[in-house]
Design a protein. Structure first.
Length: 679
């Protein structure tokens, strides 16, 4: 035997081709038997009448590369031949039988190898011309293939995995067979551990079937990352578009930042850069924490703390709104009013000749001293209510009970009054001496200190006795004035109580001081009734609503309400202008009448007309001679009325309690009335 020079396969002796790769083999065959042997064999056969020797073609039987030979041991054969030819007949038969048996065996082998590629008896057959004998070619009809090492039916040449019977192809040349490659056309991928359709090599989360990409590298997959391109964020709990890591309010969809760190998000924070402010309820640009009026868009500061915003406060540094800043106001917690009460008088000397022994007493009070002009600006008479003098007997304590009120300038510590007492005569009136400090003076000069609420001057105890000047023993018209001085401020919280129709009614109202101050400081415009009637003022609307509600509680009808409101106005104290003001004719605005709780006929009429207009009644002001009243329109009513513009306006007396709509005092009946329309 020998080896194939091409593939190293063992070749049996006598084969001309390698049964593995088909390479032709040149072997040296053993020499044929010598001619003498053949001649002797023929002679023996003839002499013994044996069958003839096998034909020459049987001397050597070949099958591909293997050669079989019949050899004879000539020397032994000849030595054993007997001298008599018949002695050789039986051995020849035996040899023949052996030869025949050998031939039969070879014939059977030949038949058995027919059609097999490893047939050693066949010649070199290459059906597909690929240089490989069909007997060793696993693919005899495929010139490109001849070997299938792993017996998977795919030739080694075309088999990407010739030693792996489970794989034959690698479409993407990634070293992984298509049968086991999840991505057979993708050279970068071959496995998908989590079966999410994304190869493990490119899958950022190879074991998570819900994730495969992490665009921002934050270790949170894009599918579950609310911010797939932001490495600092991945969750937005409140869905406001801002990641929880940077969202100051991660559970509030309306907020995400708090610039000033005040705990209120910038969206809600009206002042996102101011940690001291968060809200501006009235949208005035001033935060509620520092806004003195957080619900009033027109106000935000109250410098003097008087409850009135600086924007509408004419005196923003004046806590009592009296027109004087607190730094110069000697009475800073209210508008100072000086009240002079003349309690009584006693005449101690005869003041007239017989038979006129009674003193016809009256007073003059000078006030508002002008230091630059060195003169008194104002003077007021004090008389009886009917404007007449008091008749006072000598040495009799005579009650006077009159009072005057003066609005003192709060920036002056002392408010000066000059009080004179007189006996009215036919010709010249005589002074009654009430100055007990010096003989040359008969009147008293008093200075009231509004800061200490005391007074000084010609008297300081409230008893001005003219006889104390050393003239008590002579007849120089001495007298004694009993009086008192005090200071007060007006309250703007009012309670009104009055009786009507068997009921006692009470109502409260808190006035805005600024309304009073603004109206009180106006210049008076007599005979312009519309100027003083204001049905739209807040305080009038509030008061009219309260009166209307009280009337509804009793069940008063439409016109009965007129009498009810009229009773409220009639309950306000009547006073002459020269007793309560610095003028003989002072027209008050309704808020002055309500706050000061006093007034005369025109003041009460303006108030009543304002209230009735606010309650949707049609009112006019009526002016009989020397008086003021109101008319209320009615289509069908009884009583006194005035016709104006084709309508009947029924008379309403505003100053005398007990008068109802349509009732008129006798002294005005039949008089001519001026009518002033108001709205």
């Amino acid at each position: 035997m020998s080896d194939c020079p091409n593939c190293g396969n063992s070749i049996q002796q006598g084969w001309e081709f390698c049964n593995e790769c088909g390479t032709q083999i040149n072997q040296v065959l053993p020499p044929p038997p010598p001619p003498e042997f053949l001649e002797k064999e023929n002679i023996i056969a003839e002499e013994s009448n044996l069958p003839p020797p096998p034909p020459p073609e049987l001397e050597s039987i070949k099958d591909n590369e293997t050669e079989f030979s019949i050899e004879s041991q000539e020397d032994d054969f000849e030595s054993e031949l007997p001298q008599n030819k018949t002695r050789f007949r039986r051995p020849i038969y035996a040899i023949s039988a052996v030869v025949i048996a050998i031939l039969i065996i070879f014939a059977a082998l030949f038949v058995g190898f027919q059609g097999r590629k490893d047939n050693p008896f066949a010649g070199f057959i290459d059906t597909d011309g690929d240089g490989h004998n069909d007997n060793v070619d696993d693919f005899i009809k495929d010139p490109n293939e001849w070997k299938d090492t792993d017996s998977d039916g795919v030739g080694d040449n075309g088999d990407a995995f010739p030693n792996d019977s489970t794989e034959t192809k690698d479409s993407d040349d990634d070293g992984h067979g298509d049968n086991s490659d999840i991505f057979p056309t993708d050279p970068n991928e071959w496995d998908d551990s989590d079966s999410d359709g994304y190869g493990d090599n490119g899958d950022a989360f190879p074991d998570d079937p819900t994730e495969w990409v992490d665009s921002d590298g934050d270790n949170v997959g894009d599918n579950g990352d609310d911010f797939p391109y932001d490495a600092t964020e991945w969750i937005d709990s409140d869905g406001d578009g801002y990641g929880d890591n940077g969202d100051v309010f991660p559970n509030d969809p309306n907020e995400w930042d708090d610039t000033d760190l005040d705990g209120v998000g910038d969206n809600e924070d009206a002042f996102p850069n101011d940690p001291n402010e968060q809200y501006d309820s009235d949208n005035d640009g001033v935060g509620d924490n520092s806004d003195d009026f957080p619900n009033d868009p027109t106000e935000w500061e109250d410098t003097d703390g008087d409850g009135i915003g600086d924007n509408s406060d004419p005196f923003p540094n004046d806590v009592d709104n009296d027109g004087y800043n607190d730094d110069v106001d000697f009475y800073p917690y209210g508008d100072a009013f000086i009240k002079l009460e003349l309690t009584a008088f006693k005449v101690t000397d005869p003041v007239d000749w017989w038979p006129f022994e009674e003193a016809e007493l009256y007073f003059k009070v000078y006030y508002d001293w002008d230091s630059s002009a060195e003169e008194w600006v104002q003077m007021q008479y004090i008389l009886k209510e009917d404007g007449e003098t008091w008749s006072v007997d000598e040495d009799v304590y005579f009650p006077i009970n009159k009072e005057l009120v003066f609005n003192a300038p709060d920036n002056e510590k002392f408010y000066w009054l000059f009080i004179c007492a007189f006996d009215e005569d036919v010709s010249d009136d005589d002074y009654i001496d009430i100055d007990g400090t010096e003989q040359s003076s008969k009147a008293i000069l008093l200075g009231y200190n509004i800061q200490t609420q005391t007074w000084s001057g010609d008297d300081d105890d409230g008893i001005a006795d003219g006889s104390e000047d050393g003239t008590g023993g002579s007849d120089d018209d001495d007298g004694i004035l009993y009086y008192d001085l005090s200071v007060f401020s007006i309250s703007f919280e009012k309670e009104y109580k009055w009786n009507y129709d068997g009921y006692t009614f009470t109502t409260h109202i808190d006035y805005n001081p600024i309304d009073y101050i603004l109206n009180h400081s106006k210049e008076r415009q007599p005979w312009d009734c519309q100027e003083y009637v204001n049905s739209n003022a807040d305080y009038i609307v509030e008061l009219s609503n309260k009166l209307d509600n009280l009337a509804d509680q009793i069940g008063y009808t439409y016109y009965e309400k007129v009498d009810f409101v009229l009773s409220f106005v009639q309950n306000i104290k009547y006073s002459y202008d020269n007793e309560t003001t610095e003028s003989d004719d002072y027209w008050r605005y309704p808020i002055e009448t309500l706050v000061e709780e006093t007034g005369d006929c025109e003041d009460a009429s303006f108030l009543f007309a304002s209230l009735m207009e606010a309650m949707d009644y049609d009112a006019v002001c009526l002016n009989p001679p020397g008086h003021m009243a109101v008319g209320i329109f009615a289509e069908s009513y009884s009583g006194w009325y005035v016709t104006y513009d084709g309508k009947k306006y029924y008379y309403c007396e505003t100053t005398s309690p007990g008068f109802e709509m349509g009732e008129m005092p006798e002294h005005y009946q039949g008089e001519t009335f001026d009518v002033y329309p108001v709205e």
